[in-house]
Design a protein around this ligand. Structure first.
Ligand code: PLP
Length: 392
C-alpha cells in the first residue's frame, strides 16, 4: 500500500531552494562561490525594525495573538497601502501571514477547487504552479514574448479565459524577468476579471522595486475589490526575508476564510514579527527609497557586465531584482543540452550559483539575482564569461 497522499506527489521541491541546498553542500566543502541564486536583498534589516522586535521580546510580547494579526499590524498594513497606492481597505479586510507565500498558498486553497483553471503567465515564479496543483487546480500557462520584454497584456489574458477560469495570477514586477504590467493593461485586466467574476491574485511583493515608473497596486482600483486578493510582503521591501511577514488584502469574506484556514494551521504569525512589521510599515520609508536606488544601480551594472559576455543576450528588467539572460547560443555545446545542465556546470565548474530557466517555465534562460556587491558581480560575470568562452 502507498505511504504518501496523492497531493504531495503533485508538487516538487522549490527549484530555488534545491539550488541553495546544492550550493550549501559545495560551500561546506570549502568552495568559494559567487551566489546569484538567492532571491533576497543583501542589506541587513534596518535598525528601527530590529529595535522594535527586541523591545517586543523585552516587553514579553511573546504569547499567542489573535489569528489574523493584532489590530495594530492590520492597521499598519491598510494605512501604508492606502497612503502609497490610494487603496481603501478596512482592518477586517487584511490578514497578517507567515510571509506572503503563506497568504498565497492559503488564498489558492480557499478559492481553487479540483478542475478549476488558474491562468499563470510564463515565465513565472516557481511556487505558483505547485501551489495551484496542490489545491487540485489546473494551471493554464500563458506564454509571453521575450522580444516584448515578457510583458503581460490584457489582450493575452482575455484570450486565455475559459468558462472554467477561476483565477488569474499576476506578479508585477515579476520574478524572474522583472517585467511590469503597464498601468493601462493593469486596469483592463482588473476590469475584465471583475466583469467575469474571476479572482485576480496579485502578487505585489516587488511593487516598490519598480525602476522605470511609479509603483502601482491593483488595490487602487477600489471598484473591483470584490474580485481581488492583493498579496504583499515585508521580505523584499524591508530586507526581512527570514522574519516571515506578509499579508493579504481582500474582501471580508475572503479574509474570514483565510483566517479560518490559518486558525487550523499556523495560528498567528510570530508575535515579535508583528511588532517589527508595525515599525517597518508605520516608520520612516527612507530605507525603501534607498534600497530601490541601490538595486537600480546594481541592475544597470549587472546588465553592463552581462553585455560584455559574447553570446549572452538579456532583456532589461523594469523591476524586482533579477536578470533573466538568454543562453540559447550555448545549448548543444560542450555536452550541455539544457539550461539546467548549464546552471549545474556553472555551479560545479565555475562556482557561480544561478537558477535554470526550466524552474520558471522557459528553456533558454538562467536567472541571476543581483542584490550582491559590485565585486561579486565583477567576479561572478568574469567566471561566467570564461566558462562560456570555453564552451563556444
Ligand atoms: N512571490 C514572489 C514572486 C517571490 O519572488 C517571492 C520570494 O522570492 C515570494 C512571493 C515569497 O515572499 P515571502 O518571503 O513574503 O513569502
Amino acid at each position: 500500500s502507498k505511504v504518501f497522499a496523492d497531493r504531495i506527489g503533485r508538487i516538487e521541491v522549490s527549484a530555488t531552494m534545491a539550488v541553495a541546498a546544492e550550493a550549501a553542500k559545495l560551500r561546506a566543502g570549502g568552495a568559494n562561490l559567487v551566489d546569484f541564486g538567492a532571491g533576497e536583498p543583501h542589506f541587513p534589516t534596518p535598525r528601527h525594525i530590529k529595535d522594535a522586535a527586541i523591545a517586543a521580546i523585552e516587553a514579553n510580547f511573546t504569547r499567542y495573538t489573535v489569528v489574523p494579526g493584532i489590530p495594530d499590524v492590520r492597521k499598519a498594513i491598510v494605512d501604508r497601502h492606502a497612503c502609497d497606492f490610494g487603496s481603501d481597505y478596512s482592518i477586517d479586510e487584511a490578514i497578517f501571514t507567515v510571509g506572503e507565500k503563506h497568504a498565497l498558498f492559503n488564498a489558492i486553497q480557499i478559492l481553487v477547487d479540483h478542475g478549476d483553471e488558474v491562468i499563470l503567465p510564463v515565465p513565472y515564479w516557481v511556487s505558483f504552479k505547485d501551489i495551484i496543483q496542490y489545491a487540485g487546480g489546473t494551471v493554464v500557462y500563458l506564454e509571453t514574448q521575450e522580444a516584448e520584454n515578457f510583458r503581460i497584456t490584457a489582450d493575452a489574458i482575455e484570450k486565455a479565459i475559459t468558462p472554467r477560469t477561476k483565477a488569474i495570477i499576476l506578479n508585477s514586477p515579476s520574478n524572474p524577468a522583472g517585467s511590469v504590467v503597464s498601468a493601462e493593461d493593469l486596469e483592463r485586466i482588473v476590469r475584465l476579471a471583475h466583469e467575469r467574476g474571476i479572482y485576480l491574485l496579485l502578487d505585489e511583493c516587488y511593487v516598490y522595486l519598480n525602476y522605470e515608473g511609479t509603483p502601482v497596486s491593483a488595490g487602487s482600483f477600489t471598484w473591483a475589490k470584490e474580485h481581488m486578493v492583493v498579496l504583499g510582503s515585508l521580505s523584499k521591501t524591508y530586507a526581512m526575508t527570514g522574519w516571515r511577514g506578509g499579508y493579504a488584502l481582500a474582501p471580508k469574506s475572503i479574509i474570514a476564510n483565510l483566517s479560518k484556514l490559518q486558525s487550523q494551521q499556523t495560528s498567528n504569525a510570530t508575535s515579535i514579527v508583528q511588532k517589527a512589521s508595525i515599525a517597518a510599515l508605520a516608520g520612516s520609508q527612507e530605507c525603501v527609497t534607498e534600497f530601490r536606488a541601490e538595486f537600480k544601480e546594481l541592475r544597470d551594472y549587472m546588465l553592463k557586465k552581462l553585455a560584455e559576455i559574447p553570446g549572452v543576450t538579456c532583456t532589461k528588467p523594469e523591476g524586482a531584482f533579477y536578470v533573466y539572460p538568454n543562453i540559447s547560443t550555448f545549448l548543444g555545446k560542450g555536452g550541455i543540452q539544457t539550461a539546467t545542465q548549464l546552471a549545474t556546470k556553472l555551479l560545479h565548474e565555475a562556482h557561480v550559483v544561478t537558477v535554470p530557466g526550466e524552474a520558471f517555465g522557459t528553456a533558454h534562460h538562467i536567472r541571476l539575482s543581483y542584490p550582491v556587491t559590485r565585486q561579486n558581480i565583477d567576479e561572478g560575470t568574469r567566471r561566467m564569461g570564461e566558462f562560456l568562452k570555453r564552451l563556444a
